[in-house]
Design a binder for this molecule. Sequence first.
Ligand code: NAD
Length: 291
Amino acid sequence: MAIEQVGIVGAGQMGNGIAHVFALAGYEVLMNDISEDALRAALASIDANLDRQVGKDLISSADKVDALKRISATQTLADLGKTDLIIESATERETIKTAIFEDLVPHLKPETILTSNTSSISITRLASRTDRPEMFMGFHFMNPVPIMQLVELIRGIATDEATFNSCHDVVERLGKTSATAEDFPAFIVNRILMPMINEAIYTLYEGVGSVKSIDTSMKLGANHPMGPLELADFIGLDTCLAIMNVLHEGLADTKYRPCPLLTKYVEAGWLGRKTKRGFYDYRGEVPVPTR
Ligand code: NAD
């Protein structure tokens, strides 16, 4: 089946990036969020990010105008029922995602493919809460979506080949590269990346280094483009904690226990860049370490 219309649930930092790349690739995009403010902010971010691409001569002004015309927003989840492919990208909490899929199902066309951008939650379990586990899979983008080349494609136990092939073709039309992962907690990228970030937070918690020395060490000593604490703030500390909890519970191994300092930051509502405070304070002109 040809995919032309794409529905995106959750218009946060990932949802708006996903809408951006699909619209640029010529798809009609319908974005949904429970928050009107989030939808407004998403449209403003897409506008600003497209401007940045125009400024760098990556796209033309006409491409920008055309892409914006292809994006619409709705607070009514049922409106997404008419789309051909749905990418759920709401908050990383299983109860939220399950409720979204249960609410969506009665409104879907029989041929609509369902996917989730979850960083860690079982695709098989999410699929089992829908009427179409064979047409359900993981479609995992990296942050920031317009810049990062990879999309992880994750088959649930029931995902059929036609669904996998359709999503694979979509990734190619987006001009991105896919890697296939099996459906185990956090898949490939976050299975490797998140324990490293968690270990960096333990290094801070145990006083081995300061925020600055840890990030400088990994940037200059391991040639990482961003330090692990800077990266944690960029991802969102709530998302980092949610992924560590999924790894810890799903693999039942104490090596994945989330650092208590990560939990404390999340309890404080210091979630990183999106709340302007995390391991760094972003309220001033330049980010300042908070420890
Ligand atoms: P975010 O906090 O920026 O955005 C989440 C959005 O979901 C918010 O706008 C919120 O209002 C909305 N939402 C919550 N409940 C909803 C509901 N019932 N219906 C519709 N919208 C709802 O989070 P994010 O960083 O964009 O993460 C979204 C998803 O993408 C998560 O599953 C996360 O694991 C995954 N992801 C995140 C990253 C990252 O680096 N942040 C990378 C890859 C994947």
